[in-house]
Design a protein around this ligand. Sequence first.
Ligand code: SAM
Length: 293
Amino acid sequence: ALYQPPDITKPCYVRVNTLKLDVDSALHELGKQFKVQKDDMIPHLLVLPPHTDLHNHSLVLNGSIFVQGKASSMVAAVLDPKPGWEVLDACSAPGNKTVHLAALMKGKGKIIACELNKDRAKRLEDTIRLSGAANIEVLHGDFLNIDPKGPFSKVSAILLDPSCSGSGTAAQRLDHLLPSRTTDVVDTERLNKLAAFQKKALAHALSFTAVKRIVYSTCSINQIENEDVVNSILPLATSNGFQLATPFPQWQRRGLPVFEGSEHLLRTDPVEDKEGFFIALFVKKGSEKNSEE
Ligand code: SAM
């Protein structure tokens, strides 16, 4: 493939952590130094000029805002959990989406943040501390071992953002261009393993009986981790009473047209949108109307 440098003309995004600061105050504060405006699609997301470096900004250091891309910020917004819900974040570290969920739930209800890797679970705890969220329980363990009929059987929504190849992120894209790149055979083997885990995890999420909404997301651009995973799990989803819904219908880039219904899926492009993400939303039939619980 032809080398395509990362597009550095794309804007920077920050998500206002509404647990600590309201959007207007964030606009006012950041507006003293930068040209800043609200994103037209994602609530609480602010758009700043390309190259804006906020990593040492006081609002970042005190957890009032999180530097988070637009595509990444879509994921929790698509799950759209309501205050008071019990929500399971199945593969949660470093926790950017976990604390976004907490903000959307206005700190009310409960979030169970599951993470398998011990070191990453520590990073998750740091993110949670920084966010000020007080309703997140960290569960250090394997999501696949959570009994859907056990203590967490009441969860209404699951965010499943499992390990993936990361092929939609800039660093990974450049990695593909290195001469010492691993062989295609190894790549295929790795992708097959990831896809097998992703399917297992999605099937597991679909087995929680009280769940009304499930978001499956990756930062991969590979069909095998995205459309193929969803397609292979559709019969199970249907028999468990779920159907695909259309997150952000106004967004143009949808799933690759490889099965009927793939137009419900959402893709972002690694170059055009800065990050390559994939989002699928499963909704339990009859529960389409969101209600506070
Ligand atoms: N959602 C996170 C965020 O936005 O900050 C990113 C999640 S990352 C793509 C996937 C995470 O899943 C990794 O931290 C990985 O260690 C964890 N993981 C992998 N397999 C798991 C399993 N079986 N159970 C729980 N967590 C798992």
